[in-house]
Ligand binder design. Structure first.
Ligand code: GLA
Length: 409
């Protein structure tokens, strides 16, 4: 009892701080109370890093915006076009940060992205340098936040990187606890700077899940926080990340989300089954859906995955109840989440490298708290299905059965 009461208080305080954090400073009255929650559902969009890495240019971002509209991804909900690392140049004598030659005019770029009905994101970090060695925000947090607001930036990914070596390890070499306090303070500083800048800017913490950010990030205005190290475009990396999400469901909710990192759907040598599973599990996990693929050359089958409205609706369900890992049976993992209107989603993932039929897997509805046949929809075939107690389920290697049950019993 005591624990649940404490959690409730923490959740209420977090929710009120999170909604306050995105409120323009001058309207903290009745209008502020009615202001929409920033990132009320997990942010959706596209980020430059997984495909372009350090090569990204202004033109690539404009093309991405064009493609998000042309492919129907915007209509499916992908709204943020996020520039990752390598847009930065140096500061001038007033400390104002300038863009490098790849990004000649950030305000004009923001205007272009906004003209498409989309939003623009940017990247920095609390250290002197970003991960790619470009100028970051140390001791210029307020100035940078104001600069982003003046350009019309809508989203900031704030990446720890050099801060851990040059600040945390350098200033408190043998004191891990002090290092963590420094890290939290650095994120708090930028959270306050963004709030003071007076523009709703989604605040994305990127510090690889160190020191349980799900416990402290919402209170300092964080809308999402990475839970692990960097994702890579291979199944091992994706499955490893999935396994690190168990237990985090209670920390997600409108305005504040666990972030298992950006999507690799369509990248590397992922099979179609792996792409489907990656997208299915990110949707179950109420994860931000930030595509990172080569949009102009997107294959139809990849577009079909990224724009599957039924799967996106699971991710974007307004309750924001992240899935929990319910049980595993050998190489098969079963996750479930509750949805608005009393509905439920179930994901059955075959993590094995051979077909399940040679290691029979039988679904336990009882373990999911269900009794008797359950009518649902298979969200990848679009067909009606009935799940029965103990039914055998055959799945190809690394594929996922994703079912929405409208009225679970
Ligand atoms: C870190 C982040 C990545 C990306 C790169 C950019 O590795 O975790 O997502 O932003 O930095 O340098």
């Amino acid at each position: 009892m005591r624990i649940s009461k404490t959690l409730l208080v923490v959740a209420l305080v977090s929710a009120s701080i999170a909604s306050f954090a995105q409120t323009p400073a001058k309207t903290e009255t009745k209008a502020a109370a009615a202001a929409p929650v920033l990132a009320a559902t997990p942010p959706m969009g596209w980020n430059s890093w997984n495909f372009f890495a350090g090569k990204v240019t202004d033109q690539d971002i404009r093309n991405a915006a064009d493609q998000i509209v042309a492919t129907g991804m915007k209509d499916a909900g992908y709204i943020y076009i996020n520039i990752d690392d390598t847009w930065e140049a140096e500061r001038d004598e007033s400390g104002v940060l300038h863009t490098n030659s790849k990004f000649p005019d950030m305000k004009a770029l923001a205007d272009y992205v906004h003209s498409k009905g989309l939003k623009l994101g940017i990247y920095s970090g609390p250290g002197l340098k970003t991960c790619a060695g470009y100028t970051a925000s140390l001791e210029h947090e307020a100035q940078d936040a104001q600069l982003y607001a003046s350009w019309g930036i809508d989203y900031l990914k704030y990446d720890l990187c050099s801060f851990r070596r040059d600040q945390m390890a350098a200033k408190a070499p043998n004191d891990k606890a002090e290092q963590m306090r420094m890290m939290v303070a650095a994120y708090e500083k930028m959270g306050k700077a963004l709030k003071d800048a007076g523009r709703p800017i989604v605040y994305s913490l990127c510090q690889y899940g160190w020191d349980a950010p799900w416990e402290w990030a919402p209170a300092l205005g964080g809308n999402l926080w990475r839970t692990t190290g960097d994702v890579q475009a291979n199944w091992g990396s994706i499955y490893n990340i999935i396994n690190q999400q168990a237990g985090l469901a209670k920390y997600a909710g409108p305005g504040h989300w666990n972030d298992p990192d950006m999507l690799e759907v369509g990248n590397g040598k992922l099979t179609l089954a792996e792409n489907r599973s990656h997208f299915s599990l990110w949707a179950m996990l109420a994860a931000p859906l930030l595509a990172g693929n080569d949009l102009p050359n997107m294959k139809p089958e990849i577009k079909a995955i990224l724009t599957n409205g039924d799967v996106i609706a699971i991710d974007q369900d307004k309750l924001g109840h992240q899935a929990s890992h319910v049980y595993s049976d050998g190489e098969v993992d079963v996750w479930s989440r509750t949805l608005s209107g009393g509905a439920m989603a179930i994901a059955v993932l075959n993590a094995g490298s051979d077909r399940v039929s040679i290691h029979p897997f039988h679904l336990s509805l009882a373990k999911l708290g269900l009794h008797g046949p359950q009518k649902g929809k298979d969200l990848w075939t679009g067909k009606d299905v009935t799940l029965n107690e103990g039914m055998p389920i055959e799945l190809d290697s690394h594929d996922t059965l994703l079912v929405r049950i409208a009225s679970p019993k």
